[in-house]
Design a protein. Structure first.
Length: 309
């Protein structure tokens, strides 16, 4: 990577950023295809990033499997794939910058402690939503600017202003708004085990890679306001966002590796076309070639021309 990150003047730069916790399934293929088509339709570049910060969850060999699946589907990337695990210095520097702004504080709360506090306050957490941090540790002063002096056994949270409404325009879902103080609370940027969280890492990654457009699954929509807040605090440009409809299982739950979603089949061109056609149908693409002699390249060209989201 060059010393200076690419700028928006360099044109459209999109990315697909899977976690190497297993092979791609139908839901992740929809995200990959949607982001690839958006980049190609706009004459832009499409980057591949492996979000491998949480090493205990990463599966050996998954990076190679994911790459081979993408290549089999004709979804070629335009620059060398990157890995979050090699970007620790960038996350460290961002954390130092936020500490200089006196926006961090140490937290020793466990999930059970947070749950107990919320129960005491009669605050219920809706199903499948994160617990809103009640600010238990916020009174602690955090005037440490050197990460090497920070106790690795505490988490570090961002201190949100009480008036923290974030508004943005989603390219598919339209106007969005979130009250971070009320709906999220002070969120963690570095865990007590020393691992930087997704919220910080993705913001730094997108800035370092000059990402201008983010096309991803709607399950990540609720993270966007947090990421925009961090972008503003760190002086980064906010990319354009599009959140794609999720692929659900028979129980109405999002397909995921945790729910044992089946991996996509890429053993031969027929299997690949079947998977791509299912993903394209989910994305609402119409009038695409469906003949037996259609090649993957021909289908992708037609899909790019049909892309409208």
């Amino acid at each position: 990577m060059s010393k200076n990150p690419p700028s928006p003047a360099d044109g459209y730069r999109g990315r697909f950023a899977p976690s190497p916790t297993g092979p791609l399934h139908a839901g992740s293929l929809v995200a990959a295809l949607g982001s690839w088509l958006d980049a190609r339709k706009n004459g832009g570049k499409w980057l591949l990033r492996m979000e491998d910060l949480d090493t205990p969850r990463c599966v050996p060999g998954a990076v190679q499997v994911i790459q081979s699946q993408l290549l089999a589907c004709g979804l070629f990337w335009d620059e060398e794939p990157s890995h979050q695990s090699s970007r620790q210095e960038g996350y460290h520097n961002a954390l130092v910058e936020l500490a200089k702004q006196k926006l961090l504080y140490p937290c020793t709360c466990s999930r059970q402690m947070i749950a107990n506090t919320l129960a005491f306050l009669h605050i219920q957490t809706p199903r499948n939503q994160e617990m809103v941090y009640p600010g238990t540790c916020r009174p602690r002063a955090a005037d440490m600017h050197d990460c090497h002096q920070w106790d690795a056994k505490v988490a570090w949270r961002i201190a949100l202003p009480k008036d923290c409404h974030i508004q943005f325009e989603d390219g598919i879902l339209g106007p969005q708004e979130q009250d971070l103080w009320r709906e999220v609370g002070d969120f963690v940027l570095r865990r007590s085990d020393g691992v930087f969280t997704y919220q910080l890492a993705v913001v730094v990654d997108d800035a370092l890679q000059g990402i201008t457009h983010i096309v991803r699954g709607a399950d990540l929509l609720s993270n966007t306001a947090r990421q925009i807040f961090l972008q503003r605090q760190l002086g980064y440009i906010t990319p354009h966002y599009k959140h794609l409809p999720l692929v659900l299982d028979e129980h109405g739950e999002k397909l995921s590796k945790q729910t044992l979603a089946m991996q996509i089949q890429t053993r031969n061109p027929e299997d690949v076309l079947m998977e791509l056609r299912k993903a394209g149908q989910h994305l609402g693409l119409q009038d695409l070639p469906d003949g037996d002699t259609t090649t993957v390249a021909e289908w992708l060209l037609a899909a790019t021309q049909a892309w409208h989201l």
